[in-house]
Design a protein around this ligand. Sequence first.
Ligand code: B16
Ligand code: MG
Length: 219
Amino acid sequence: DIKGFAFDLDGVIADTARFHGQAWHQTADEVGTTWTPQLAESLKGISRMESLQMILDAGNHTDDFSQVDKEALAEKKNHFYQRLIATLTEEDILPGMKSFIHSAKVAGYKMSIASASKNAPMILDHLGLANDFVGIVDPATLTKGKPDPEIFVRAAEVLELSPNQVIGLEDSAAGIESINSAGQISLAIGDAVVLSAADLIFSSTADVTLQSIQSKMDK
Ligand code: B16
Ligand code: MG
């Protein structure tokens, strides 16, 4: 029986990808990499330093920057990003997610956050959701990012549940792979082709309810 949910944040609870995109676009301009929608898409769910590396690689600047330079670029991006997320409010919760989270809480499900973002606590605070989760996995303590299962394994430990009692929610292919290898039921939100590895697929957050999950699981 399902007893809990492990949530990705960006793309599942709020659309912070547009802010990451705005901030990374500025970094790309600074290092001389052409910013494209494909590049923006490929950074979803990827950690900050890995994202920077992908931006450098995309412009053939792989070896042009020292570690110190890279840390400065990542820090600058994060400052800009934090200014953008400071504008978030409850209104920015993706359609249906506020009521899904609240109805799951009322029904007794435990919920945790499995986000690659070190800014997750701040974002949840702005969205007014900080008290709805029993815990947030600290991505600074992970040895490997998504698609490695580590982050979702930890998210189930936070819930004190075994993996098969947990549904993991994700919008990225890397995240779905992480949930599947962690032994949980994967619930994808987005494109059914990109996310075909998921157990349950929803095209929009607005469609995710306890009832619709149950009916897909019964099939
Ligand atoms: P930060 P998620 C991820 O969030 C984002 O999708 C990804 O674009 C970002 O680089 C990563 O968090 C790290 O974020 O720089 O705030 O630590 O989808 O795992 O919730
Ligand atoms: Mg995501």
